[in-house]
Design a protein around this ligand. Structure first.
Ligand SMILES: N[C@@H](CCC(=O)N[C@@H](CS)C(=O)NCC(=O)O)C(=O)O
Length: 307
């Protein structure tokens, strides 16, 4: 039985990223489907307050964010590598580029569809993206369209020498990062996607190639089964504190950790890992027992709390 338990929903492009990673490594995994909006009591019991998707559980360790999940999968299943061009730092740095690509697609989708969304879902997403004004996002549609095409053109350019994947002959993290935003546009707004991707023949062939790799092998389970796994496991006993930590964090210190882009929720706990790449906190909940919740450091705000 696979140790990998993904808590996610399929409509999320960030979940799709992880599905591509699982595909490239041809992994078996178990799946707990999470709702697209609150209430998400099961997920919150596991994470301690993070409501987003994807979340990867391995025993009593809970990994937040597709980029940290990439590191974890690479560490545990090194072959085939997510970094076929031996460029891990650069590939991971491209997450910030990919976020900008996502934002262009998101603005288009919001501008063209959000007024037709069910009221409760629209309000939830407005709270999730406080930096986007849903009432006026449509005024800038033309710019968002241009940005989306400009981002997609970089993929077309990278593929212009006939390579099969963005890093070369084998698929890697950069493919997994970028592919979901083309997938999102094609699924949500096929006609618009057709216009904005017009003439990008290398990109279209790459898109089909990446999609054809699938998602590994998925087995659906319920949250209770995943919680039992957490209760039966001990989180990995790592205490890894960078002596040069930028915030001077210490093992055992109580902190809160939350994304610095959207309002996906904060998690409180005691620091077990504080490195330039990762922050992890230990916490307990009656349904899951003791777990360690891990986040990337990049893009997550750590706030020290009183004892
Ligand atoms: N940087 C995060 C972004 C995750 C993210 O924003 N996911 C969205 C769905 S695409 C989300 O969690 N939305 C709120 C929700 O589903 O409750 C990652 O790469 O995992």
């Amino acid at each position: 039985m696979s140790e990998l338990i993904l808590h996610s929903y399929d409509a999320s492009p960030f979940t799709q990223r992880v599905l591509r990673m699982l595909a490239f490594k041809d992994l078996d995994w178990r799946w707990v489907e999470t709702p697209m909006m609150p209430p998400k009591d099961d997920l919150l019991a596991l994470t301690g307050g993070y409501r987003g998707t994807p979340v990867l559980q391995i025993g009593g360790d809970v990994y937040i964010d597709s980029m940290l999940i990439a590191r974890v999968l690479e560490r545990r299943y090194p072959r085939p590598s997510l970094f076929p061009a031996a460029d891990m730092g650069l590939s991971l740095a491209l997450v910030k580029w990919a976020d900008t690509f996502f934002r262009a697609g998101l603005h288009i989708v919001l501008a063209m569809t959000a007024t037709a969304w069910p009221e409760a879902f629209r309000r939830d997403r407005e709270a999730l993206f406080p930096d986007i004004n849903f009432a006026t996002v449509g005024d800038d549609l033309s710019h968002a369209r241009a940005q989306f095409r400009a981002h997609a053109s970089l993929l077309e350019q990278q593929l212009a020498d006939g390579r099969h994947f963005l890093s070369g002959a084998a698929p890697g993290l950069v493919d997994a990062q970028a592919h979901p935003f083309v997938w999102l546009a094609r699924g949500a707004l096929p006609d618009t996607a057709q216009e904005l991707l017009a003439g990008f023949t290398n990109l279209a062939a790459w898109e089909a190639r990446v999609s054809a790799l699938g998602e590994g092998a998925r087995t659906a389970i319920d949250a209770a089964t995943a919680f039992q796994v957490a209760r039966d496991s001990k989180p990995s006993p790592i205490d890894d504190i960078d002596s040069n930590d930028a915030q001077g964090l210490q093992a055992g210190q109580r902190v809160s950790v939350m994304p610095d882009d959207t309002k996906r929720g904060a998690v409180e706990g005691l620091v077990t890992i504080a490195t330039a790449h990762e922050i992890a906190v230990r916490r307990e909940h009656p349904q899951v027992g003791e777990v360690v919740v891990h986040f990337p450091r990049l893009g997550y705000r750590v706030t020290p709390l009183g004892v």
